[in-house]
Design a protein around this ligand. Structure first.
Ligand SMILES: Cc1cc2nc3c(=O)[nH]c(=O)nc-3n(C[C@H](O)[C@H](O)[C@H](O)COP(=O)(O)OP(=O)(O)OC[C@H]3O[C@@H](n4cnc5c(N)ncnc54)[C@H](O)[C@@H]3O)c2cc1C
Length: 208
């Protein structure tokens, strides 16, 4: 891409600030990963409940055993939490975006700032959703018993596919670091802004 000429009308955002767009794509991607994980987990739970009703051992359906019911209850609770997190963040993002005047000359910048404001929520949802999906897939595979470990049943594939969510869009370790890191950075910026030297300091170092 070195010395590549870009027509002016094809430039996205401000020249030299493409990284802001790239990082914000990660924020949206992390939120979407959490929401996608919720959808996947619901599908897995449905498979687990159906199997637990159909499979009989010791003369009754395995869904009648307390420990199987406990798994179903725990999974359903975690899915509900994950779904609520996704809806709450979607609502907050919607409200912030709708508050921006579409004719504002700084529209793109304001949309980027609004999305970036929710970077912490995006990381939290990514970590929670992917770990909730991992436990859901693993516990549902357990409900399937030996059948869950062979390719004939879709829970085997779901269990393998769930694994990548803890790795891409920033590993869960990195996202766990981003939550306190972003909070501390914002707290520092806020205390800087209240300092009487803020304007002069910022002028001498605009990247602050
Ligand atoms: C199927 C698949 C699809 C992918 N799709 C895309 C895509 O579309 N776009 C894209 O950009 N990337 C994509 N990736 C790449 C993915 O985002 C990276 O694999 C991921 O970010 C991890 O980077 P890495 O593999 O280099 O691991 P490394 O950075 O080498 O990490 C290895 C381990 O060390 C841990 N670690 C690293 N640094 C720290 C730290 N500071 N503190 C604590 N632990 C740490 C990690 O959490 C991890 O457990 C994809 C990967 C896969 C497998």
């Amino acid at each position: 891409m070195e010395d590549c000429t870009i027509p002016f009308e094809n430039v996205l955002g401000e020249i030299g600030k493409g990284h802001k767009i790239a990082f914000n794509i990660l924020n949206i991607g992390r939120w979407k990963l959490g929401v996608g994980a919720t959808g996947g987990a619901k599908h897995i739970l449905e498979m687990g409940v159906k199997f637990a009703r159909d499979r009989k051992q010791f003369g009754k359906a395995i869904c009648e055993f307390d420990l199987i019911r406990k798994k179903i209850g725990e999974i359903a609770t975690q899915i509900y939490v994950s779904e609520s997190m996704g809806f709450r963040t979607a609502g907050l993002l919607d409200a912030r975006w709708k508050a921006i005047d579409p004719k504002d000359p700084k529209l793109q910048q304001k949309q980027l700032d609004a999305t970036e404001e929710h970077a912490i929520e995006a990381s939290i949802i990514k970590v929670f959703g992917s770990e909730m999906l991992h436990v859901t897939a693993d516990e549902t595979l357990q409900i399937f018993g030996g059948a869950g470990y062979i390719e004939d049943y879709p829970i085997e594939r779901a269990s393998r596919d769930a694994r990548i969510n803890r790795i891409f869009e920033g590993t869960n370790e990195i996202n766990r670091l981003l939550v306190p890191g972003t909070m501390l950075k914002r707290a520092l910026q806020a205390s800087c802004r209240s300092c009487r030297w803020w304007a002069r300091c910022r002028a001498s170092s605009p990247t602050r």
